[in-house]
Design a protein around this ligand. Structure first.
Ligand SMILES: C[S@@+](CC[C@H](N)C(=O)[O-])C[C@H]1O[C@@H](n2cnc3c(N)ncnc32)[C@H](O)[C@@H]1O
Length: 210
């Protein structure tokens, strides 16, 4: 997290997602590093998978901490856009969005892959066109795919080469205009956005730039 802080712009925000298993311990870290926590967004999955053991309530939410780098420098927040995609009402910190859908796994399965709808809302709310976005735990690079669909640039890092290979397949997939357009249509909140694609070559290795 210290490394992320040194790369983040002064008006930038960091978003950390987790479940009840880990989010309460992780939440200490931004405080210790002088970030200022702005929100704990609750993503409510509108179509959660059932709990097979029938011993718990259905797990249907995740918490996403949103923090700004600098306690004194104002952060970038696309408030008006969030309001516009929420039928003209102020966006709440509870987001009702679907869980991961089968079409999002066309290039392979990652055990904790996030939906493009969640990442696109995060990106739209906190970055401008052509911004650089870093995901140091990139997995299948949902952040990167959402970033490119929204005409942002992306750097992802993961310790597992197989996940980086999956990320490259996902990036190549959206080179096809029909798929690019189809995915934009499927993701909530895209409808009125300028979503021109950039198609830089993906690079191989432990780091991946889109
Ligand atoms: C929750 S998953 C990310 C899923 C991603 N958001 C997606 O939609 O596919 C976290 C990822 O962090 C990676 N990871 C865990 N520890 C790491 C480390 N120390 N350095 C780099 N990557 C790490 C794991 O391999 C895993 O793919």
């Amino acid at each position: 997290m210290k490394g992320v802080r040194s790369k983040l712009k002064d008006n930038g925000t960091v978003w950390i997602s987790g479940t009840f298993h880990n989010i309460f311990s992780i939440a200490q870290v931004p405080n210790e590093l002088e970030f200022r926590i702005l929100n704990a967004v609750t993503w409510v999955k509108t179509d959660p998978p059932p709990n097979p053991a029938c011993r718990c309530f259905t797990h249907s939410s995740e918490i996403i901490i949103r923090a700004r780098k600098n306690k004194k420098v104002p952060h970038y927040f696309n408030y008006e856009l969030m309001k516009a995609i929420n039928d003209g009402k102020q966006m709440k910190d509870v987001w009702n969005l679907p869980a991961i859908a089968p079409w999002e796994k066309s290039c392979g399965k990652h055990p904790t892959q996030k939906p493009l709808g969640v990442l696109s809302r995060i990106i739209l709310s906190s970055t401008q066109l052509n911004a650089w976005i870093l995901d140091p735990f990139t997995g299948s690079s949902t952040t990167g795919i959402a970033a490119n669909l929204l005409n942002r640039k992306f750097l992802g890092i993961d310790k597992e080469i197989d996940f980086l290979e999956m990320s490259k397949r996902r990036r190549i997939e959206i080179d096809e205009l029909a798929i690019f357009e189809e995915y934009k249509q499927k993701i909530q909140g895209f409808k009125d956005q300028e979503c021109l694609s950039v198609h830089p070559q993906a690079e191989c290795g432990q780091e991946l730039q889109f």
